[in-house]
Design a protein around this ligand. Structure first.
Ligand code: GLA
Length: 509
């Protein structure tokens, strides 16, 4: 026997029986009372057998989760506890220890899961109590191609509730936003989707049908109102049991929910992975679960004659652009959430815009919704935001309170010449051609042979920039238009680009 092996064996002999005895009064079947709403632990099974100590903890967000690295720590009846951690498939969830300690009647769980502090007690449960909390699992479809729906030949444009209103959204606000889009001229500029993001969901009826919450008394009437104004209605769900804000997701109800939305007259779905990340950890399962909803939307849309734009939101995981179209997707998020700050916008806009060749008519890389008008950036920074999104052929989903826009905000969102770049029918994503000393030159080829050129200044002082037309393939004397100044400029013009700002040009040879 070599020395290392002997030492390991001695360790097992010493630790084994002691651990077994210590764990005895913590093993068994447990049910939690009033656990914190995230991730709402409901029950737990802990066993000690020949294979060692192991357990499963069930969460209303993530279903059955193995209790990872489950072990006894501490000494004596008073100090003895079990520690473990869980993995919900999200890299942001640090493997922080959760602790179980005897409390006289049962056990108390303490610790932290992501943003929520945990403190919940559990009592020993009967088989019937445990069975009542069983978490269902559902089969996923075999890989299949969902045919395209013919929509989104150019990047979708509209408005979404999340960035400004988050959960504080209701029927009246959505109607008022629809009116504001008409009144401001932004509908006619192309912003036609009015998308309700997270926070509309209520409870399911006994038949499984999902109803809106009290803030949305009649979704069909709301859809009619929006449609009567020449606009389209979007809605939001998750493949998991819970949406990101903790509302009901479509888990186990995929086809039924797609039919419900079709009956209401919904035109657009954002399908956000959220708690689904606890179930679908691999490229295959994430793709399958998005395919399942893609097929359900296609079937429901075929029945009502109202095809649905399908927006995939799984934060760019598993190279989503490579398969987004195959599952029926019209756009797919390439990043985590944008925030209303220059740092967040610039990190996404300059560096996380997806694989360019995945984008094109029918399917688009989506670097997240606009923050223009929300107050966290300067006008020049917002100009950079919308110019970058237009050069990238990104969906343009306003994220502000469209009922009260400043002149600057309206001018930024409603610039027809900039929108024309975003909506160019060629559908090619623009790319940086030069990055140096905080200055970036981006170009995007357009259907009529002209080229959009962005001169970006990422530094916090104004800089002078020029376009090198021959190097851009536009000869010595292209005709050049400044799309923010709304005027022609000399090809050799020297541009002063403000701090964090941009000069956006369109040049024709
Ligand atoms: C996620 C999405 C956001 C938004 C929220 C809603 O974070 O990425 O865009 O939809 O959920 O809860």
């Amino acid at each position: 026997m070599n020395q290392l092996f002997r030492r390991v064996l001695a360790g097992i002999l010493l630790a084994g029986p002691a651990t077994a005895a210590m764990a005895a009064d913590l093993t068994g079947d447990w049910v939690f009372q009033a656990a914190p709403s995230f991730p709402r632990f409901s029950k737990m099974v802990i066993r000690q057998d020949a294979g060692g100590l192991h357990g499963t903890i069930t969460s209303e967000w993530y279903g059955d989760l193995p209790m990872l690295d489950l072990k006894v720590v501490g000494e004596g009846p008073a100090g003895k506890r079990l520690v473990f951690h869980i993995d919900n498939g999200n890299p942001k969830l640090k493997p922080l220890d959760l602790t179980l300690a005897p409390n006289g009647q049962g056990v108390t769980l303490t610790g932290q899961v992501w943003y929520e502090k945990q403190e919940a007690s559990a009592h020993r449960a009967t088989a019937a109590e445990m069975a009542a909390l069983d978490f269902p699992t559902y089969p996923l479809p075999a890989p299949a191609h969902v045919p395209g729906n013919g929509l989104a030949r150019t990047p979708p444009m509209g408005w979404s509730s999340w960035n400004k209103f988050a959960e504080a959204i209701d029927d009246k606000t959505v109607r008022d936003i629809a009116d504001a889009l008409v009144r401001s001229g932004l509908r006619d500029a192309g912003y036609v989707y009015v998308n309700i993001d997270d926070g509309w969901q209520g409870e399911r009826g006994p038949d499984g049908v999902l109803h809106p919450n009290a803030k949305f008394p009649d979704m069909k009437a709301l859809a009619d109102y929006v449609h009567a104004r020449g606009l389209k209605l979007g809605i939001y769900s998750s493949p998991g049991p819970k949406s990101c804000a903790g509302y009901a997701g479509s888990y186990g109800h995929v086809e039924q929910d797609a039919r419900t939305w079709a009956e209401w007259g919904v035109d657009y779905l954002k399908y956000d992975l959220c708690s689904g990340e606890g179930f679908y950890h691999t490229a295959e399962t994430v793709q399958a679960v998005y395919q399942q909803m893609g097929a359900a939307l296609a079937a429901a849309g075929a029945a009502t004659g109202r095809p649905v734009v399908y927006s995939l939101c799984e934060y760019g995981r598993f190279d989503v652009g490579a398969w987004g179209r195959d599952v029926g997707g019209n756009l797919w998020r390439t990043t985590g959430d944008i925030e209303d700050s220059y740092a967040s916008m610039a990190a996404i806009g300059f560096d996380k815009n997806g694989v360019p060749h995945h984008t094109g008519p029918g399917g688009w890389n989506d670097p997240d919704m606009l923050e223009v008008g929300n107050g966290g950036m300067t006008t020049e920074e917002y100009r950079t935001h919308i110019s970058l999104w237009a050069l990238m052929a990104a969906p343009l989903l306003m994220g502000n309170d469209a009922r009260s826009m400043t002149k600057d905000t309206l001018a930024l969102l409603g610039n027809a010449e900039v929108i024309a770049i975003d909506q160019d029918p060629l559908g090619r994503q623009g790319l940086p051609v030069r990055k140096r000393d905080g200055m970036e030159v981006w170009t995007r080829p357009l259907a009529d042979g002209s080229v959009a050129v962005g001169l970006f200044n990422r530094t916090d002082k104004p800089v002078v920039m020029t376009a090198d037309w021959p190097a851009l393939g536009l000869g010595d004397h292209p005709s050049v238009r400044d799309l923010w100044a709304h005027r022609s400029v000399a090809p050799r013009a020297v541009h002063t680009v403000p701090a964090h700002g941009v000069v956006l040009l369109r040049a024709t040879r």
